[in-house]
Design a protein around this ligand. Structure first.
Ligand code: 0RA
Length: 644
């Protein structure tokens, strides 16, 4: 009877969880090492949530001796096992077999940290060869087992037992994952950070592969975390006390904001941010808010105490030199963004965090004037050092730039300036257009890189292919800043990179390929606002003794309409440029290169639309060429900021 019933239920569950097994990447990011460990974080988060909400004190994780299975347990309330009246199944089974959209259990004020993941334990269940849940509650022990998400029977009562809690054992499915061996060290690191982020939480870790037992518990929370980071980095704090702030429920949907900060002798700034226990390595709105707040507090402090020397201009970088900090927030509906989903995007967070930090830090400095003055001196020292080293640094940059030249592509006509801020790189399609651009440019600040061969479609090619593609290799070499994780903005040789292509379909195509390359391999360069598209004219319109250039047909028609309305319309001559190659160098300069007369489109990736952008780029750069052209043609000519 029971087994028949379970056969029927299996069919529904199979259908429900099938998408997870079909496209695991959509739920856990991938099926490699990160995806595999994601399963642990997912299950771990649920137990940590139970602790954050005050129901559990201890979370235990065991990596079993085979290295391919894990148990996570907590001493919380235990997942309810009573049978749901409408569904005819236990709450436990529903939780483990239904994909939860958004808030996990919709339990009033139950705070769920499952932020990034949020896919719930059902996804882990679907991707596990075996999963076994053991629950203690109401004086009994209950158990239910699953294979690839399918219940192997109903919840069983194993008899009387004391206490309460939830224990989940799971073994990832080798059919899904490329590699099913867990990395014991990686788990340990994660658990330690979790313990720091939730002061008082006891985290036990048994690594049966290595035969080790560890307990993580921190009473000082993120302040202890900061001290440890300082010790590891051998950064000497300039004040012994750590400035701390914690605010519970500071705003709607925000359960907690916690900040710890300290200035050090070290020159590097190191601020680590977390949202719902997830390291937001790409920062985001909490990070920005923190910076805003620190800056505001210090500026006010300098002003009220009249601490800034007259001739010294203090920048925000000076304020943050040597600053080490931790920012941790708990938020009910986190929006994560970016390639790695490691950036918090909730707009309301920025000003909220900024306000809290500004008020608290300023107050702290007023109340602790020794610390306050120490920090002020540290900042003044940073500003002085910056001023003093500016000329020296310039010489160094110049030298470095000169030596870099050895690696520059042969086709590049470089500019003579080595100051990236004033330097521009035009990436030009074809040799003849390149020749005209070289003649028409300002040699001091404008460099020209003509592209001849085929540009690879970065959406369809592997990294090794990209770096072997001659044209893209030349672009990378000319920029000097590296790509992907190696991207170093300080090495970028030009602060304007301008795509200069013909206004025809070939030109659009190459633009699209280059945009794809930048979007996939140099997204930060776009975010930093360094990428532009030039707008060469399509028509030259001569009338009377005047000349105007039109960017496109409608622009041309506007000019014509204007001229024809004159009382005595002059003779009009229209010339359509077939390509940049046939434009006179002088014309190219006047219309497209000259910074005082040209119009550039700045390429931006709109923050909110980043998911969408990712999809659009994926779609566009798939196979269907016609969609591509439509997109680029539609969007390019009539906007000032081009959203790729
Ligand atoms: C739903 C309701 C209740 C507890 C939980 C879920 C719960 C889930 C997990 C996941 C890991 N550990 C957990 N502990 C508890 C509350 C039930 C009640 O009111 O007793």
């Amino acid at each position: 009877m029971a087994s028949q019933q379970y056969n029927a239920a299996s069919i529904t569950i199979l259908r429900d969880l099938e998408p997870v097994r079909k496209r695991p990447g959509m739920y856990i990011g991938g099926t490699g090492k990160a995806g595999l460990h994601h399963l642990v974080w997912e299950i771990l988060d649920n137990s940590v949530d139970e602790a954050i909400n005050g129901y559990a004190t201890t979370v235990e994780v065991t990596l079993h001796a085979d290295g391919e299975s894990v148990t996570v347990s907590d001493n919380g309330r235990g997942i309810p096992v009573d049978v749901h009246p409408e569904e005819g199944r236990s709450a436990l089974e529903i939780i483990l077999t239904t994909l939860h959209a958004g808030g996990k259990f919709d339990e009033g004020n139950y705070f769920t940290a499952g932020g990034l993941h949020g896919v719930g334990s059902s996804a882990v269940n679907a991707l596990s060869l075996d999963l076994r849940a053991t629950i203690r509650r109401d004086g009994h022990r209950y158990q239910q087992s699953f294979r690839r998400g399918i219940p192997q029977g109903p919840v069983e009562d194993l008899g009387e037992a004391r206490g309460s809690g939830t224990e989940i054992f799971f073994r990832p499915d080798p059919e899904i994952f490329e590699e099913v061996r867990f990395d014991g060290e990686m788990i340990a690191e994660r658990l330690e950070v979790r313990a720091f982020l939730h002061a008082g939480l006891r985290v036990v870790y048994r690594n049966e592969v290595a035969g080790t037992y560890q307990e993580f518990k921190s009473e000082g929370g993120i302040a202890d975390f900061l001290t440890q980071i300082q010790r590891e980095a051998k950064a000497a704090p300039i004040h012994t006390d750590i400035i701390k702030l914690r605010e519970d429920h500071p705003g709607p949907g925000i359960a907690r904001v916690e900040v710890a900060l300290q200035w050090t002798e070290d020159t590097a700034e190191d601020v680590r941010t977390f949202a719902n226990g997830i390291a937001t390595v790409d920062g985001g709105t909490h990070d920005k808010g923190f910076r805003d707040g620190v800056q505001k507090a210090l500026r006010n402090y300098f002003e009220t105490h009249d601490l800034a020397p007259k001739s010294l201009n203090i920048t925000s970088d000076d304020i943050r030199e040597g600053l080490k900090g931790i920012v941790s927030i708990l938020i009910s509906e986190p929006q994560f963004q970016g390639q790695t989903k490691a950036k918090l995007n909730n707009p309301e967070v920025r000003s909220l965090v900024a306000g809290l930090v500004a008020t608290h830090v300023e107050q702290y400095l007023h109340n602790h004037s020794t610390t306050g003055n120490g920090i002020a001196q540290r900042i003044i020292q940073a500003a002085r050092a910056r001023m003093a080293s500016r000329s020296a640094a310039k010489k160094v940059t110049r030298k470095r730039a000169v030596s870099h030249r050895l690696n520059l592509p042969g086709k590049l006509a470089d500019c003579s300036s080595t100051d990236p801020e004033e330097s521009e790189l035009f990436i030009v399609e074809g040799d003849s257009a390149g020749g005209n651009a070289k003649q028409g440019r300002d040699r001091k600040t404008q460099a020209i890189l003509p592209l001849r061969g085929k540009v690879l479609n970065a959406e369809q090619a592997s990294l090794s292919k990209i770096t072997k593609n001659k044209e893209l290799r030349d672009v990378i070499d000319a920029l000097g800043c590296g790509i992907e994780e190696q991207y170093d903005a300080s090495k970028l040789r030009y602060h304007k990179i301008i795509l200069l292509m013909d206004a025809d379909s070939d030109g659009h195509h190459i633009s699209t390929l280059l945009l794809t390359f930048f979007y996939r391999y140099l997204p930060e360069l776009i975010e930093d606002g360094y990428l532009y598209i030039a707008q060469p004219p399509l028509y030259r319109v001569d009338y009377g003794s005047e000349t105007e250039w039109a960017l496109d047909d409608s622009h041309r028609d506007k000019i014509l309409a204007k001229v024809k309305r004159r009382k005595k319309p002059p003779k009009i001559n229209i010339q359509r440029f077939k390509g940049l190659g046939e434009m006179m160098a002088k014309t190219l300069r006047e219309t497209t290169l000259d910074p005082t007369r040209r119009r550039l489109l700045k390429v931006v990736v709109p923050e909110e639309a980043s998911e969408e952008t990712n999809r659009v780029v994926g779609d566009l750069m798939g196979r269907d060429a016609s969609v591509r052209f439509d997109f680029i043609m539609e969007h390019a000519p009539n906007v000032d900021e081009l959203d790729v």
